[in-house]
Design a binder for this molecule. Structure first.
Ligand code: C5P
Length: 304
């Protein structure tokens, strides 16, 4: 079969509530994901027998993306081959990156989700969506959401998903911060701050956020955005405070660190507001790049 192309979105967490550390090393989460219009395009093609995985990357921060089987996309190809009874996962994976690397927008997880879809098609693998979802959950906590996209509540590690009703579209300004933050380090810092009593770990609920998502009112959504990992990300990278403050000064309705950071996302009233805000942010010199993103968008899907 010819090349298979798949487009996959980034995610933001409108709410990210971190519960206790579990015996398996993960934290119990309650999160509301939204897929947004920053995408990676993945092309998977057959490679000569015995050649293993070859990964080529183009785009933003391409030099930071692993080219070996440490890349989650390679592990996704291996997982599909194993589940489908295919002897060797010999594939070339081309990744055209727009999702920030190690930025808290699940770019690596997105590439893995796209590769699952692409390899299923490439090999005509007899795997239904539930089987693919199970492979996704084994690969990483954010991989299942990249498959489904839209807006969804995630529990467990983040892999147990239920769709969330939203109306209208939401406009985000995505500020690409300098540096990278490793997700495990940010969770560990969150534990440390909690153990030291520096931050509270009171459980919250997302009732108001869910109502705001139905109402299509950005003003109602703004006060509901929450990220329990934000104090930890700020502790590891204090300069993010200036980015969040700048969003406030420039008139964003709200701003939060995206997931484990260091990317920050800001809610705008509408498209025009987002475009204006993005331009002002770009001129501030505080960040290495700015994007306007719209959500929700669909999850990983085949391109013609
Ligand atoms: O699932 P994933 O491989 O993306 O997780 C990366 C790391 O983030 C985990 O090894 C863990 O340190 C942390 N994590 C966590 N609790 C979660 C999800 C991720 O502690 N629910």
């Amino acid at each position: 079969m010819a090349d298979v192309r798949v487009r996959v979105p980034a995610k933001i967490n409108l709410s990210l509530r971190v519960g206790p550390l579990r015996p398996d090393g993960f934290h119990e989460l309650s999160t509301i994901f939204q897929a947004v219009s920053l995408v990676d395009d993945i092309t998977v093609s057959s490679a000569p027998s015995g050649s293993g995985r070859t990964i080529a990357v183009t785009g933003d921060q391409m030099e930071s993306v692993p080219r070996d089987d440490g890349n989650l996309a390679a592990r996704a190809a291996i997982a599909v081959a194993r589940a489908a009874g295919i002897d060797s996962a010999d594939v070339r994976i081309d990744i055209a990156k727009s999702i920030p690397v190690a930025g808290g927008m699940a770019g690596g997880s997105a590439d893995a989700a796209a590769t699952l879809i692409a390899c299923r098609r490439l090999w005509n693998a007899d795997l239904d969506d539930d089987a693919l979802h199970a492979l996704a959950a084994d690969l990483g906590s954010d991989v299942p959401f990249a498959l489904v996209g839209g807006t969804a509540r995630g529990t467990g590690r983040g892999e147990r998903l239920v769709p969330v009703l939203t109306t209208g579209e939401w406009h985000w300004v995505v500020a690409l911060s300098h540096g990278e933050l490793a997700t495990p380090a940010v969770f560990a810092e969150c534990d440390r701050l909690r153990a030291a009593g520096d931050i509270r770990s009171a459980p919250g609920d997302d009732t108001d956020l869910l109502l705001a998502l139905r109402s299509a009112s950005a003003h109602d959504l703004a006060p509901c955005l929450v990220n329990d990992l934000q104090p930890a990300a700020l502790s590891l990278q204090p300069s993010l405070r200036r980015v969040l403050d700048a969003g406030d000064e420039l008139g964003a309705l709200a701003g939060i660190v995206s997931g484990s950071g260091p990317t920050c996302v800001f809610l705008a009233r509408d498209r025009e507001h987002a475009i204006g805000l993005a331009a002002e942010f770009a001129g501030s010199g505080l960040v290495r790049g700015v994007r306007h993103a719209v959500g929700p968008v669909r999850g990983a899907h085949l391109l013609p």
